[in-house]
Design a binder for this molecule. Structure first.
Ligand code: DC
Length: 214
């Protein structure tokens, strides 16, 4: 099997940026699996339905098209909320599993999400679980949000994020949790470059790759 790097962790821990940079450094394809759940959530909202409605959410997941991942409205509080609700539906997770596995098996990949190391690729040779304190994560997300919505408050972002993390961690199917063999990386005091360097050295060590001179 080609190299699979699993990058899991809660919202705004820095895993997206990190996973994208790892993929570029290792010359592997990259998949942001959160986008799949976001796109399904959007399809449910398009129908005027409730993202927690299991039957509608599953039917949207089954007819997801690659072009749905290119939509411009997959970020922001409404998409966050819809994604986290459809992600708790077992039928949605089952419908998205093959897509993720096929993507990884073709040429190897770096995948970021919540259950990559536990469910999607439990045999991945490298698993990272990226964390940061709730306050540090909320501050990062709040700064991003301010550009679009100057009235956003840190307290509101932090409480919405806590609710989303709780939903992601408490669901019965594929809850967010570190795989037993995952390496934990806390990015609280680290900038993106330092987090990336730390992750890259863990990956190289696990894969037995020599560091290439910068
Ligand atoms: O990583 P993100 O914030 O874009 O993820 C959006 C939502 O999708 C999040 O609430 C958790 C869910 N998700 C999941 O359950 N499993 C994944 N592999 C990726 C995301």
């Amino acid at each position: 099997m080609p190299h699979i790097i699993a990058v899991d962790g809660p919202a705004a821990a820095g895993k997206g940026t990190l996973a994208r940079r790892l993929a570029a450094a290792l010359d592997l394809p990259y998949l942001d699996t959160g986008l799949l759940y976001r796109a399904v959530g959007r399809l449910v909202l398009d129908e005027g339905a409730d993202p927690a409605d299991a039957a509608i959410a599953e039917s949207c997941a089954r007819r997801l098209q690659p072009s749905d991942l290119d939509r411009a409205d997959l970020r922001g509080p409404a998409a966050d909320h819809a994604a986290s609700n459809v992600a708790a539906v077992p039928g949605v997770r089952a419908a998205l599993l093959d897509f993720q596995r096929d993507f990884g098996r073709r040429h190897g990949a770096v995948l970021d999400g919540r259950d990559i190391g536990t469910v999607v690729f439990p045999n991945a040779p490298v698993k990272l679980f990226i964390t940061a304190t709730p306050r540090a994560r909320a501050e990062r997300r709040w700064r991003e949000l301010l550009a679009k919505d100057p009235s956003a408050t840190l307290e509101a972002v932090e409480s919405e994020m806590a609710a989303r993390d709780a939903r992601d961690a408490a669901r019965s199917t594929a809850p967010m949790l570190p795989a037993a063999d995952a390496v934990l990386l806390d990015t609280t005091g680290l900038d993106a470059e330092a987090a990336f360097q730390r992750a890259l050295s863990i990956v190289r060590e696990r894969l037995g790759l020599a560091a290439t001179p910068a």
